[in-house]
Design a protein around this ligand. Structure first.
Ligand SMILES: *Cc1c(COP(=O)(O)O)cnc(C)c1O
Length: 431
């Protein structure tokens, strides 16, 4: 029989680690474009007894008994996702975005060796769109498209020509480090011309899409995948959606038994909560602010003399191009870390210093916007970032203090109940 003992008593080591991580999240500025902070309600749902239930299959067609209540949770998640995205059919079981993509490959009816087209990783695409070290690149014949050498934007004439020359069975649109709008309709016209299935992977921009801040992949794309934890601000996970009846059965079969066993019912419940939150008017406001903040940041950085790929952003992220600044993305990432900002080095398209040096830094505004950052705060932050990068030999302590002072205006999880960690005022003394 289990005793009702808390984590702090059962496993003080892991408890201390969660406190330390809470403190790190509260005391640094999170600018990794794929990260966000979920609501307490989402975390609560993910920490429930639903974790105990096996529920292979889909609601009302399960392989085990006792699924009546978890069926209701999954049904809610599905209905809310359909409403949120305007999808015909949704499967909410994928454990991650990469799993959702793997299921999409199966659902599209691809065979090993088939030709698929995806965006080059070094131009902003994702590993699962054909990288040689990923299942996609290992099992399929990959034809990668990149961005235009001049504009650094997608060039649909070039993509069309590549598709006509290679006749892919599937085309993937969507990216992890592309700061501009993706034209799903243009991709569909190309896919139709060569008879390809069109998959949109909106892992990064899902939150913008559901708020009307980026055009929707529906009805243009046959299949749509997304993560639930990036701009969408839910628990870690993925979902796979179909635009119409033709792929509805296929996406369920591809997810289970195709690539997964039992679904994570506690995470599915947390996804349902996140979808409910995303359906609210305040989420629309949030997504709008994410973009306004990204634009304010872009303006502050370019005004200070930094270069951005494509010169700016339409989305939640931007990529600084450091080729003119004599430092690498890796050095830039380390500099920002020293002043209390978490970001990641990133490739830039056609990097003249590649493969010796990575010349980009990717910055995103979703997490800081959740903390309440507005354009004024972003402008200040942009100035601090530009100062660190443009003058890396200056003493960094004053910049670090300025970053800390700015962050203190926007506390993260100030009312967190003790069992999630401890409240912000005491966090520093807990670790
Ligand atoms: C983040 C991302 C994924 C993968 O999501 P995971 O949950 O990390 O597996 C897939 N595609 C794109 C475009 C992404 O940015």
């Amino acid at each position: 029989m289990h005793q009702l003992s808390h984590l702090a008593q059962v496993d003080p080591e892991i408890y201390q680690i969660t406190l330390a991580e809470l403190h790190r999240q509260q005391s640094t500025l999170e600018m990794i474009a794929s990260e966000n902070f979920t609501s307490l309600a989402v975390m609560e749902a993910a920490g429930t007894v639903l974790t105990n239930k096996y529920a292979e299959g889909v609601p009302e067609k399960r392989y085990y008994g006792g699924c009546e209540t978890v069926d209701k949770a999954e049904q809610l998640a599905i209905e809310r996702a359909k409403q949120l995205f305007g999808a015909y059919h949704v499967n909410v079981q994928a454990h991650s975005g990469a799993q959702a993509n793997m299921a999409a490959y199966l659902a599209a009816g691809l065979q090993a060796g088939d030709t698929i087209m995806g965006m080059d990783l070094s131009h902003g695409g994702h590993l699962t769109h054909g990288s040689p070290v990923n299942f996609s690149g290992l099992y399929f014949n990959i034809v990668s498209y990149g961005v235009d050498a001049e504009t650094k934007r997608l060039n649909y004439e070039n993509i069309r020509a590549l598709a006509l020359a290679n006749k892919p069975k599937m085309i993937i649109c969507g990216a992890s480090a592309y700061p501009r709008v993706i034209d799903f309709q243009a991709f569909r016209a190309i896919a139709d011309e060569v008879g390809a299935v069109l998959l949109a992977d909106i892992a990064h921009i899902a939150g913008l899409v559901v708020a009307g801040e980026h055009p929707s992949p529906f009805p243009h794309c046959h299949l749509v995948t997304t993560t639930t934890h990036k701009t969408l601000r839910g628990p870690r996970g993925g979902i796979l959606m179909a635009a119409d009846e033709s792929f509805a059965k296929a996406i369920d079969k591809a997810t289970f038994p195709g690539i997964q066993g039992g679904p994570l019912m506690h995470v599915i419940a947390a996804k349902a909560v996140a979808f409910k939150e995303a359906l609210s008017p305040s989420f629309k406001q949030y997504a709008k602010q994410v973009r306004l903040n990204a634009q304010a940041l872009a303006t502050a950085l370019t005004d200070a003399g930094l270069q951005l790929t494509t010169g700016g952003t339409d989305t939640h992220l931007l990529v600084i191009d450091l080729t003119a600044n004599n430092i690498s993305g890796k050095e830039g990432q380390a500099l920002l870390e020293e002043i209390g900002i978490t970001a990641n080095k990133n490739t830039i398209p056609n990097d003249p210093r590649s493969p010796f040096v990575t010349s980009g830094i990717r910055l995103g505004t979703p997490a800081l916007t959740t903390r309440g950052f507005d354009e004024t705060a972003m402008k200040t932050l942009g100035g601090l970032i530009a100062s660190a990068i443009l003058n890396p030999s200056q003493p960094l302590a004053p910049l670090r203090q300025a970053v800390e002072a700015l962050g203190a205006n926007f506390p993260l999880y100030p009312e967190l109940p003790a069992h999630y960690g401890c409240p912000v005022k005491e966090a520093a003394t807990c670790v």
